[in-house]
Design a protein around this ligand. Structure first.
Ligand code: 5AD
Ligand code: SF4
Length: 472
C-alpha cells in the first residue's frame, strides 16, 4: 500500500527514471541503448498501462525492440479475466526461460491483473525463479523504481499492492497512434458481477478528478490528438467517488468542448448506470461517436440475476430503444457470456432472442470461465463443455448473420472516416474507422493517415466495409 502521497510519488519516480538512465549510461558501449519489449494481453486498460510502462522506459533511455528475442527487458502485462489468458502467459514464460539461458543478462518482468492473484505470484516465486520483477495493477507507475532495485540488489523483486487510494498523475506515456489516445477516467470496479474477477484484481472504484482529465485531454489535443477514448470498467458511474459532484455525461461534454478534439469514445458501460442524461448528451453533441458498447452478458432474466447484473432484458431493450431514438444509426455492440452455471437451453434461447431483437453490429462472445474466488465459481450446475461449445457455435453463427444484415444500412453513404493505418493485407489500401467504430478499407496514400476524410461506403464485407474516397 502506498505510504507516499501522489505528488511525492511522482517526484520520486521521476528521480528513479533519472537514476536508471545514469545506471545504463555508465554501462553501455558504442551507443547501444538498452531495449524493451512489452507484450500486452487483455483489455484497453492494460493497453493504456503498457503505454505508461513504455513512457517510463523511454524516458529512462530505453529503445523499443520489435521482438523479445532482441530485448534487454521483456515485460508481460497480463490479463486474468478468463483462464486461458493465464495459460497463455505461462506458455510464453516457458519460451522466455529458453531465451534467458542464451542471454542471461536479459531481464523479465511480469505485471498486470494476473499478478494481483496471490496464487499466481506464489507460482512465479516457486517455479519461475528466472522472472526478475513482479508487480501488479496498482503500482504500474513504479516500474523505474522496481527495475532500479532489481539492477542494484541482484535478486527477484516482487511488489504487489492489494489496493490503493492514490492516483499518480502526470507521468510519461508512449502512444501507439499520434492522432488517437486513451484517457483513464476511473480505475477499479464495484459491481461484483458474480463471474468476474476484475473487482478483486483492479480494486475498488476510484474516479480521477475532472480537472486532471481535462488537463490531459487539452495536452493531448495540443499534441495533435483528434480522437480520445475515455477508459474505465464502468464509465457510467464516473464521479460517484468524487466530492465535486460530476456525472459522466458532464465529463463527456467537457472533454468534447476541448478545441482540436474531433471524436470522443468511451469504454465500458454498465446498463444499470446508463442515464437519460448521457443518452441526451450523446444525441446533442456530434463529437461524441455514434457507438455504444453495452455489455448484455445474458438475455435471460434468471441468469442476469445470478450474474448480479441488476437489470432485466426489458430494461436493457428500453435503453437500446432510447439510444437509437436519440442517435439514429448508432452502432450498438455487446459482450455475451455462454455457459454461465445453471444456464439451460431456454436461458440460452433468451440470449439468442435478444441478439435477434437488438441487431448488434458486433458481439464479443465468451465461453464462461470459472474464476476461483468469484461467487459463480461456487455455484452448482457448471454446464458441460460440449453443451457450452454447441451453444457458443450457434450464437456465433447468429451474430455473424445479424451483424452482416445490420451493416447494410451504411452501404452507399458518404461518411467521415479517420484513416488509421496501412491495410495489413493489401498494398495501397488504408484502414480507417467510422464514428460508429466500424472499420472501412479504402485506397489511399499514407499521407492521409491521421486525417478524417469523407469515404463512400461501397461494400459490406460482414464485419467491415470497403469504401472509396471521392475526387482523390
Ligand atoms: N468468463 C467469461 N467471460 C468473462 N468476462 C468477464 N468475466 C468472465 C468470465 N469469468 C467477459 C464479460 C466482460 C468481458 C470484458 O469479459 O463479457 O464484459
Ligand atoms: Fe467485471 Fe461486472 Fe465490473 Fe465489468 S462491471 S469489470 S463485468 S464486475
Amino acid at each position: 500500500m502506498a505510504e507516499r502521497t501522489s505528488a511525492e510519488e511522482r517526484l520520486i519516480q521521476l528521480e528513479y527514471i533519472e537514476k536508471l538512465r545514469s545506471f545504463y549510461e555508465s554501462r553501455i558501449t558504442a551507443g547501444n541503448a538498452p531495449s524493451y519489449h512489452i507484450e500486452t494481453l487483455g483489455c484497453q486498460m492494460n493497453v493504456k498501462d503498457s503505454e505508461k510502462l513504455a513512457g517510463i522506459l523511454r524516458d529512462a533511455g530505453f529503445v523499443f525492440a520489435a521482438s523479445e528475442e532482441d530485448a534487454d527487458l521483456v515485460l508481460y502485462n497480463t490479463c486474468t479475466v478468463r483462464e486461458n489468458a493465464n495459460q497463455r502467459m505461462y506458455g510464453r514464460l516457458g519460451r522466455l526461460q529458453y531465451l534467458k539461458k542464451q542471454r542471461p543478462e536479459m531481464l523479465i518482468a511480469v505485471c498486470g491483473c494476473m499478478m494481483q492473484e496471490p496464487d499466481e505470484v506464489a507460482c512465479i516465486r516457486e517455479k519461475y525463479g528466472f522472472v526478475d520483477i513482479v508487480f501488479g495493477t496498482h503500482n504500474v507507475f513504479r516500474l523505474a523504481e522496481l527495475l532500479y532495485r532489481r539492477l542494484t540488489e541482484e535478486k527477484q523483486v516482487i511488489e504487489v499492492w492489494e489496493g490503493t487510494e492514490e492516483i499518480v498523475e502526470d507521468l510519461p506515456a508512449v502512444r501507439k497512434y499520434p492522432f488517437k489516445a486513451g484517457v483513464n477516467i476511473m480505475f477499479g470496479c464495484n459491481n461484483f458481477c458474480s463471474y468476474c474477477i476484475v473487482p478483486y484484481v483492479r480494486g475498488r472504484e476510484r474516479s480521477r478528478e475532472s480537472r486532471e482529465i481535462l488537463h490531459e485531454v487539452e495536452k493531448l489535443a495540443g499534441e495533435g490528438v483528434k480522437e480520445i477514448m475515455l477508459l474505465g470498467q464502468n464509465v457510467n458511474s464516473y464521479g460517484h467517488t468524487l466530492e465535486e459532484g460530476i456525472s459522466f455525461a458532464e465529463l463527456l461534454r467537457m472533454c468534447a468542448s476541448v478545441p482540436g478534439i474531433e471524436r470522443i469514445r468511451f469504454m465500458t458501460s454498465h446498463p444499470k448506470d446508463l442515464s437519460d442524461e448521457l443518452i441526451a448528451v450523446m444525441g446533442e453533441d456530434r463529437k461524441i461517436c455514434d457507438h455504444f458498447h453495452l455489455p448484455l452478458q445474458s438475455g435471460s432474466d434468471r441468469i442476469l440475476k445470478a450474474m448480479n447484473r441488476r437489470y432485466t432484458r426489458e430494461q436493457y431493450l428500453t435503453l437500446v430503444e432510447k439510444l437509437r431514438k436519440a442517435v439514429p444509426g448508432i452502432s450498438v455492440t455487446t459482450d455475451i457470456i455462454v455457459g454461465f452455471p445453471g444456464e439451460t437451453e431456454e436461458d440460452f434461447q433468451d440470449t439468442m432472442d435478444m441478439v435477434r431483437r437488438v441487431r448488434y453490429d458486433s458481439v464479443f462472445t465468451f465461453i464462461y470461465s470459472k474464476r476461483t474466488g468469484t461467487p459463480a465459481a461456487r455455484l452448482p450446475d457448471q454446464v458441460p463443455e460440449d453443451v457450452v461449445k454447441d451453444r457458443f457455435d450457434r450464437l456465433l453463427r447468429l451474430v455473424q448473420e445479424t451483424a452482416a444484415e445490420a451493416l447494410d444500412r451504411n452501404v452507399g453513404k458518404l461518411l467521415p472516416v479517420l484513416a488509421e493505418e496501412k491495410n495489413r493485407r493489401e498494398e495501397g489500401m488504408l484502414t480507417g474507422r467510422l464514428t460508429n467504430n466500424l472499420t472501412v478499407n479504402f485506397c489511399g496514400g499514407e499521407e492521409l493517415i491521421g486525417q478524417i476524410i469523407p469515404v463512400r461506403i461501397t461494400e459490406n464485407c460482414g464485419f467491415y466495409y470497403l469504401g472509396e474516397t471521392e475526387g482523390r
